[in-house]
Design a protein around this ligand. Sequence first.
Ligand SMILES: [Zn+2]
Length: 341
Amino acid sequence: MTLQQRITQLHHQAFTVDAHFDLCYEVANMRERGDKKVIEKTFLNQFRAGSFDLIVSAIFVHNYFLPEMGLRKALDQISHLHAEIDESPGLFRICRTCKEARQAKEDGEIALFLSLEGADPLQNDPGLLRIFYELGVRGLGLVWSRRNAVGDGAFFASQREGQKGGLTPFGIDLIEQAERLGMFIDVSHLNDEGFLDVMNVAQKPLIASHSNCRALARTMRNLTDDQIKSLAAKGGVIGMNSVDAFVHDDAKKATMDDFVNHVDHIANLVGIDHVGIGFDICCGFPNHLSMPDNVEATDLISDHGHLEEFTEQLIRHGYSDEDIMKVLGDNFMRVYSETTG
Ligand SMILES: [Zn+2]
């Protein structure tokens, strides 16, 4: 079997998941400029070329709108996604469980999970978590790289700041509530103090949807070895982020080989059951939020259609077909089914 045949076969067999893509945010931005059928025209061919089955679609609110417009902007993003589904029937659907996601694949549609990238739209109202759950949101990213009512985010690079804090009482309440409701908790973007607090409160497996290893690239957005071990001890999964600034200390030198070194590092530390995809493809969008601190960044995986480059590198690093299937989606599906039912 040639390398290409093996990649094609793997992509055909796998249930492939991207645990973090700012789809709701990008779609809303484009629709507010007057575009329609954004997913069908811009993303669908890429999702299909990469044989993605489930895209976890983040609701993200720009700093500019916070705090007053956070709730409104989050609701708008969900509303825009529904409009997209109405305009492009039979192509993709919002799912709430793994069973629904697998059914979507059976029916030839791409499954979307809704996830909050930062609990900012809730402001400090714990009752709103239930409302977002009822709207189909299943992922709760606690913070983005800024402070909110839950806790402090991890910055992309060091900057002037006051003392850092861990989770607030509101943050602890949200974690307990999310686990009761059946949502999965995402610690990407959380600072180290908050991370430790989450580990003490959370009972169920949780994820870092788009974070790499700090041992290989020193940004605070990446996880320390101790953090990787404690996530794995809870049965969690870490999504590999293809933004070069999170792959290599000298971002411009980052290669696909360097990227898959992060997979190796986690696999050596805690096993391959804790690695997935959270490519965080974002840098190519005209309205992409520029990184704070003027961090320059490029996506090593330029769009979802380029999944082959990642799979090829996994093969070159010696992973078995079974391991690769886990990384492509089985690991994240395990956590999603243990949390959302
Ligand atoms: Zn992010």
